[in-house]
Design a protein around this ligand. Structure first.
Ligand SMILES: Cc1ncc(COP(=O)(O)O)c(C=O)c1O
Length: 369
């Protein structure tokens, strides 16, 4: 079974003297503050910079809850269009910008740098807006010597997408004036004690580990809970739940994890998927090359028959899904056809550090051609 997320009890990937994710982040050219979620970090990062009634531009191809912190700040959220390679549609951005636009956000999707960033930055500078570098997917990706997430006036990154932790994210303030304007709220920083959420995370990890290693047990539990899959809470509810400091357990695990070892493991798995899928003409690989320094979050592929591929992967024991659940405003608007189609056709294959490349190769052997 190839799980979607790394496990708390997976093989240890700390070096004998771990460099630690905390030490890695501290080397970034920015002020670093920890939070429970990237969305909470976005709220705090912008709260001293913007006024209610202004507007912010974010890409249409984004999970539905990412707009919530902006709404919480009283901003109007305007979605801009992307091209199919996930580069921003600059003409569309320019059409939506006006005197009330306070910030524009770019996204380093799936661990890779935002394509078309230079032209994007020139445009945002010309209109004198803040540039938010959304790096939720790529906490330890380094592009030509620059830590991703630090190329705007402010940026965020989500540690929980990289590590087996209950929560955790970072706010980068790259610009001095931005750093001075930030007043950390009650949900900034790291909790000083372990909490109930930490304990339930550990329990859940134990149960998931047991189910992943015992097919019979999984079958009976699946049978027991079939039809009772928990519904996903509304975006606003998920946002409010993330307004919390980073957990003490998360901070401990982050400090014990070695970025270089995790990056190497994820890259190996990325290359394994590439080998497995290279002869599949029905599957388009989003990023053909894996530049040095990049730590992929997943292996994104696109297909015109997503349900068939999902079923095939499930049969081979691969946990995966299409990405993401878009906001209702985007889904209901024909202008965002590229984002809507991507969200239906793009499947994210796991590459996390607790998968062995040989299990990915084994999936290749079982694929039906
Ligand atoms: C591109 C992107 N930005 C921001 C976020 C928000 O991060 P968090 O879940 O840490 O609040 C997500 C979460 O899925 C995301 O995918």
């Amino acid at each position: 079974m190839i799980s979607e997320r790394p496990s708390l009890f997976g093989r240890s990937l700390s070096a004998p003297q771990p460099a630690g994710i905390g030490s890695f982040l501290e080397r970034a050219p920015a002020d670093v503050t920890f939070y429970g979620s990237g969305k909470a970090a976005l709220y705090d990062g912008l709260s001293g910079l913007v006024e209610p009634g202004e507007n912010v531009l974010i890409p249409a191809y984004l999970p539905d809850a990412v707009g919530e912190p902006f709404c919480d700040l009283g901003l109007e959220v305007r979605h801009y269009r992307l091209q199919t390679n996930l580069a921003p549609d600059l003409a569309d951005i320019e059409r939506r910008l006006d005197d009330e636009t306070c910030a524009v956000m770019s996204v380093n999707y799936f661990g890779f740098p935002q394509p078309g960033l230079d032209e994007f930055t020139t445009l945002v500078d010309e209109y004198d807006c803040y540039h938010i570098d959304d790096n939720a997917h790529a906490p330890i990706s380094v592009d030509n010597g620059t830590v991703l997430g630090t190329r705007g006036h402010l940026g965020i990154t989500s540690l929980w997408k990289l590590l087996p932790v209950p929560n955790g994210a970072v706010l980068y303030c790259t610009d001095d004036a931005v750093a001075e304007a930030v007043t950390p709220s009650s949900f900034a920083g790291v909790r000083d004690q372990l909490g109930v959420a930490d304990c339930s995370f550990v329990l859940k990890s134990i149960v998931t580990g047991l189910l992943d290693t015992n097919a019979l047990l999984r079958q009976s539990v699946d049978g027991l809970v079939s039809g009772a899959a928990p519904s996903v809470p509304e975006p606003g509810v998920r946002y409010e739940a993330g307004k919390t400091p980073m957990s003490k357990l998360s901070a401990y695990i982050a400090e014990d994890a070695d970025p270089a070892t995790i990056r190497a493991a994820r890259r190996d798995n990325y290359l394994a998927w590439q080998r497995v899928l290279e002869t599949r003409e029905d599957i388009d690989v989003l990023y053909e090359s894996l530049p040095e320094g990049i730590c992929p979050q997943v292996f994104p592929v696109r297909t015109s028959a997503p349900q068939r591929l999902l079923a095939e992967l499930e049969r081979c024991g691969v946990g995966t899904h299409t990405w993401p659940r878009l906001s209702a405003t985007v889904c209901e608007n024909a202008e965002y056809e590229v984002a809507t189609q991507l969200s239906r056709e793009l499947i994210v294959l796991p590459v996390h550090q607790h998968i062995e490349p040989s299990s990915i190769e084994a999936v290749g052997d079982r694929f039906r051609w």
